[in-house]
Design a protein around this ligand. Structure first.
Ligand code: PXP
Length: 240
C-alpha cells in the first residue's frame, strides 16, 4: 500500500511576516525546513489580495524546493497565467471570496463549468496534477470526475469544527466516508484538508482511501510551542 502523504501549508508564516511588513519570518525558509522535517509536499495559497503568500514567495519556493509544491489558486485568468508560468507540480483549485478569513467551503462546481474545465485541461497539459477542493458531497465528487480532475480534496472544515466544539460529528464523518469511497471508485485520488488538528486527523486517518492530508493553521500554531520539526513528526505518526 502506498504511503499517505502529508502536505504542510505555510501560508501563516507569511501572515506573521506581513503583520509587521518585515521580510521575516521567511516562507522560503519555512518551506525548506518543512521539507527537511519529512513532509511530502508544501502548500501555499496565492490569494487574489496577496494577504499572505505573494508572487515573489511563489517564485523563490518553486525554484528551491525539491519536494512537490502544491499551489492553491482560484479559477481566475490571473491565477491561470501565473500557474502556467510557474508550473507547480500540484495545483489545488479553491473557491475564493475576498472577505472570508479562510476558504469557507468547497467549490461550486455548477458555476462556470465550461471555464473551469478549460482551466483544468490547460493546467494538466502543462503537467500539473489537478485537485479540486470540494465539500464531502457525492454530486461534487462525480462532477470533479466529469471535469477531468486528477484528485479531489475534501473540505474537512465542518467536521473539524464540530470536534473543536465537542458536538456530534458522526453525520459529517459519514458524508466524508461516502465521498472518499465514491472518489476512489471513480479513480480520483482523494485528499483531505482544512481545520485539521491532531484529534481530527487521527479520526480521518482511519478511513482507508485518503491519500494526502494538507494541514496548515493548527500545525503552524502548534509549532510555536514544540517546533515545526516535532509537529510535523507528530502528524506523520498520526496519518501513517
Ligand atoms: N486545503 C485547502 C484546499 C485549503 O484551502 C486550506 C487552507 O488554506 C488547507 C487545506 C489548510 O487548512 P488549515 O490551514 O485550516 O489546516
Amino acid at each position: 500500500m502506498s504511503k499517505i502523504r502529508l502536505g504542510v501549508n505555510i501560508d501563516h508564516v507569511a501572515t506573521v511576516r506581513n503583520a509587521r511588513g518585515e521580510n521575516y519570518p521567511s516562507p522560503l525558509r519555512a518551506a525548506l525546513f518543512v521539507q527537511k522535517s519529512g513532509a511530502d509536499s508544501v502548500t501555499i495559497h496565492l490569494r487574489e489580495d496577496r494577504r499572505h503568500i505573494n508572487d515573489s514567495d511563489l517564485k523563490q519556493i518553486k525554484s528551491k524546493l525539491k519536494i512537490p509544491l502544491n499551489l492553491e489558486i482560484a479559477a481566475t485568468d490571473e491565477m491561470l497565467k501565473i500557474a502556467l508560468k510557474r508550473k507547480p507540480p500540484f495545483i489545488c483549485i479553491v473557491p475564493e471570496k475576498r472577505q472570508e478569513i479562510t476558504t469557507e467551503g468547497g467549490l461550486n462546481l455548477n458555476f462556470k463549468k465550461n471555464s473551469l474545465k478549460k482551466i483544468i485541461n490547460k493546467l494538466k497539459k502543462n503537467k500539473s496534477r489537478i485537485s479540486l477542493f470540494v465539500e464531502p458531497n457525492l454530486n461534487d465528487i462525480k462532477e470533479s470526475k466529469n471535469l477531468n480532475a486528477d484528485c479531489v480534496e475534501i473540505h474537512t472544515g465542518k467536521f473539524c469544527n464540530l470536534i473543536n466544539i465537542n458536538k456530534n460529528y458522526e453525520n459529517e464523518l459519514k458524508k466524508i466516508k461516502a465521498a472518499v469511497k465514491l472518489g476512489n471508485k471513480l479513480g480520483l485520488e482523494v485528499h483531505a484538508g482544512h481545520g485539521l488538528t491532531y484529534k481530527s486527523a487521527k479520526i480521518l486517518a482511519k478511513i482507508s482511501g485518503i491519500k494526502e492530508f494538507n494541514i496548515g493553521h493548527f500545525l503552524i500554531g502548534e509549532s510555536i510551542f514544540v517546533g515545526l520539526n516535532k509537529t510535523i513528526k507528530n502528524f506523520r505518526k498520526i496519518i501513517k
